[in-house]
Structure formats: structure tokens, C-alpha cells
Design a binder for this molecule. Structure first.
Ligand code: ZN
Length: 233
């Protein structure tokens, strides 16, 4: 949980649409873990999140969550493709993760019109609410691609903010930075995927982050702190 004064302000856009955020303004050495799509549904990862009380936000795509349980030829030994469907997402939520919106079909949104984008975003929010009891408040556009229509559609679907990322995590727990000096920074948002060996990679990553003196933060709590200030200004 952020302490008072530790979190800066995320400005509210003048157009009244949800902001696009890629990191949390804070000086505390804290980073945030986000995991996308939902193809590979390893129960070992749920146990990790639950037992180690690690805050994560999962951005799920319907077509990934509902994938048929056949072996994925590209999975490199993964055995959990589509294994748990929405039950897996619920288990993850029960383990402490927050479940957020990452579209129905993972399209390149700017190629769609307003109605098409709205169908992707609202459809996913409806599904998540139906299966977990809670509607998502964050949206991550596939590939990070978005335009003004995306923000309009997201607002119409009850989304508070679009969340991008500052670094991606590769197989083996290796961090691929988007900044040249290859350092974790306070407030960084890391992007992982539900893919084979996530549990192993996650363990390596969490150890690495802590070795560098960073904590793992609760995205919801920090975002609330960063945006509630804007509400009172
Ligand atoms: Zn994705």
C-alpha cells in the first residue's frame, strides 16, 4: 500500500476520456506486475500468487481464456493450454489477482471503427463481470495500439484508464527495457504473458526485482492514490 505523499498525480485528460498510463508516478522503489492474454493456464502460477501474496493484474482476452485444450505446438512443453477456462481466471482472482480487460479477440484496435472497438471492450467487461462478479476498471489495448476512439469506447464500457507498460519480461525472467539504461525505475509496469514456464520465470523475476531493492506494488491501490488527487483539484 502506498504511504501518503509517495504517489504523484496522474493528470486527468482535458478531453474527459480515460488517461493512457504506462507507469505510476512514485519515488518509492516499487514496480507492478501485469500478465496478459491467458492461453496457458498453469495452476502452479495460481498457487504462487496465492501462497506468496504477490500482487498481480491479469489482462485477459476471451479467445485465449476459452482456447480449446489441445496441445499448442508452439508451447515448448507447456501442458495447460486452455485447461481451466474461466474457472482458471476465477481461481486467479481468488488467489488475490485483479482481472482486467484485454479484448475479446486481440485485434489491432485502430483498424476498427468505434462500434467495433466498443464491442471488443464492452463484450470483455461483460464476460469478466459474469465470471468473476467484478467488472474491470483497466483496459490494455492489444499490442499497445490505440486511438481516440479506443478511449471513447473504453469510457463507454466503464473503463477508468488504459494501461500500457514500461518493460516486458521474456522467457527465463529476462527483463527487456524500453529505456536505454536498462534499469528498473520506481513505478515501472512490467508485462508478462500466460505462457509455458510462467511459474518458473515468475519466480526468477520476483527474486531479481527484490534483489534490486524493489517491492511489488498493488496496482489498484497506487492508481487510486494517483488519480484521486486529480479528482479533488
Ligand atoms: Zn495481448
Amino acid at each position: 500500500m502506498p504511504r501518503p505523499g509517495e504517489v504523484g498525480v496522474i493528470p486527468r485528460p482535458a478531453d474527459g476520456l480515460p488517461p493512457v498510463i504506462s507507469s505510476i508516478p512514485t519515488r518509492r522503489k516499487v514496480v507492478f506486475l501485469t500478465i496478459d492474454d491467458g492461453w496457458e493456464q498453469d495452476p502452479g502460477f495460481v498457487a504462487q500468487v496465492r501462497d506468496q501474496r504477490i500482487p498481480v493484474a491479469a489482462f485477459v482476452t476471451r479467445d485465449a481464456v476459452e482456447a480449446r485444450g489441445a496441445t499448442d505446438p508452439t508451447a515448448q512443453g507447456g501442458r495447460f493450454l486452455g485447461a481451466g477456462k474461466w474457472r482458471y481466471v476465477r481461481d486467479l482472482r481468488n488467489a488475490g489477482a485483479t482481472i482486467e480487460n484485454h479484448t475479446l479477440t486481440h485485434p489491432n484496435l485502430p483498424a476498427l471503427g468505434y462500434e467495433g472497438q466498443k464491442a471488443e471492450i464492452c463484450g470483455t467487461s461483460t464476460l469478466i463481470r459474469r465470471h468473476t462478479g467484478t467488472a474491470p476498471t483497466l483496459f490494455r489495448p492489444p499490442f499497445g495500439n490505440h486511438n481516440t476512439l479506443t478511449r471513447r469506447a473504453a469510457k463507454a464500457c466503464g473503463i477508468d484508464a488504459l494501461l500500457l507498460w514500461t518493460a516486458t519480461v521474456q522467457p527465463g525472467g529476462k527483463i527487456a527495457y524500453q529505456v536505454p539504461d536498462k534499469k528498473l525505475r520506481p513505478g515501472d509496469v512490467l508485462l508478462l504473458h500466460f505462457r509455458p514456464n510462467l511459474a518458473r520465470d515468475f519466480e526468477i523475476l520476483v527474486a531479481k526485482i527484490r534483489r534490486r531493492g524493489f517491492e511489488l506494488g498493488n496496482l489498484d491501490a497506487y492508481l487510486k492514490a494517483a488519480t484521486s488527487k486529480t479528482a479533488t483539484r
